[in-house]
Design a protein around this ligand. Sequence first.
Ligand SMILES: [Zn+2]
Length: 487
Amino acid sequence: MRLAFPLLFVFVFHLCSNSYSQETGGDLPPALSAIKEKELERDLFILASDTMRGKRAGTLDELKAAAWVAQQAQEAGLQPAGDDGTFFQFFPLYRSTVSEESQISINGRPLELWEEAWVRNPVEANIEAPVVWMDQEEALVDLEGKVLAMDLVPPSKLPAEGISLYVYRYALSAIREQTEKFKNSGATAIILVADSIAESEIGFYGHGFEEGTYSIEKPEQIASQNDIPVILVRGNWKVDLQKENSEINARLGKDQYVFPSANVVAKAPGTDPQLKNEHVLFSGHHDHDGVGVPVEGDSIWNGADDNATVSVALLAIGRAWLENPGKRSALFVWHGAEERGLFGSRYFVADPTVEKKSIVAVLNGDMIGRNEPEKAALLGSIPPHRNSEELVKMAMDANARLTKFEVDTSWDEASHPENWYFRSDHLPYAQAGIPAIFFTTLLHPDYHTPQDEAERIDIEKLTKMTKWMYATGWKISNTEKAPALDN
Ligand SMILES: [Zn+2]
């Protein structure tokens, strides 16, 4: 089905757009028909195309995606609402990487960086030291001036079975725990030998180590005093490390960059002389994971579902809003650098381009185009994550009247292993005491892989999800009293 509503219905609707039509069974927004499958599809295939190269923050590719979004917003007729009368709010992203000329050798044999050895943390070090091989049960010996080598030990709490990115989580937790345990042991470096689980996807998460670390705080403010190199090596290096009188030679350099990232911010003004000073904020992110080690022959993490779907949904909502504005203004924020640590939303909340108290609600979306057509989720909808029962009710009412998704709230439960609520851009807003909810159609096997492609998006479902976000925002925009925070 191409249109969610038959043409005849659209016609009837326009005739009575000032009063609420019976067919809709309640107060639905008048410009629903302005949200078009064809336009969503067209925009999605551009933003998730290979030419965007996965739009990774800290690269020009992200800025290209941001510029494209801003241009679409402008062409739609939205007003710039970023800094200095532009669509952009730039912010500095501090990135540290292990420098390319870094070298590591064991007993005189060099290891190829990012093929045989992965440096977890960019840090400068010159090491010429003996190796102490440690079995897990062994008591701590004197490690001053020595390199500590040992097997990677499974994390004390294994990731839940079936969780997304299992190996990545397994390896990162294991490395983190062992680093914490031994970083103050006096050793000059820690070498961890990957087990078979960690090694099975070492190229994938190891590429993340190669990409380095990101922050929106100046590195001086976060640099730890006792940072020592932590190096993960493939299992076949274990024998060399266990040899008597083994020795490590390593020269590790650290490169630091400041690179701009950007939030794109646009506005559709409201019609009420007073209420137009308040904002319903629609939120998404335009960045994704960039280019990496090929998976099934594809090296571009296009991020079609994550989160081109919501990026194009916001454009569609903007067009609908302009056709028929609500009383309060609509603010659209396409956050940058979400995938690197919710940096765009954190930055915007700390330094918003509109008065913070004018933001009456945040409707964030992340991944809204996959899985069963009839199912969707709304996070922040039940305790402990819910922060506005009134806001949740508006969203649920809009769904009951219009989109009729079967809404899954189980991912909101505190016991849910994915902690999904904490993984998108509504979070900094909720933490700042702004009513916030999170629309999503949840995870799938292509999540954070190069197979998250535009061809795999259910465009009809994306259109329905867009309408749900729009109808919820419309209700908030026109209600007399903005949704209150829970006590
Ligand atoms: Zn996302």
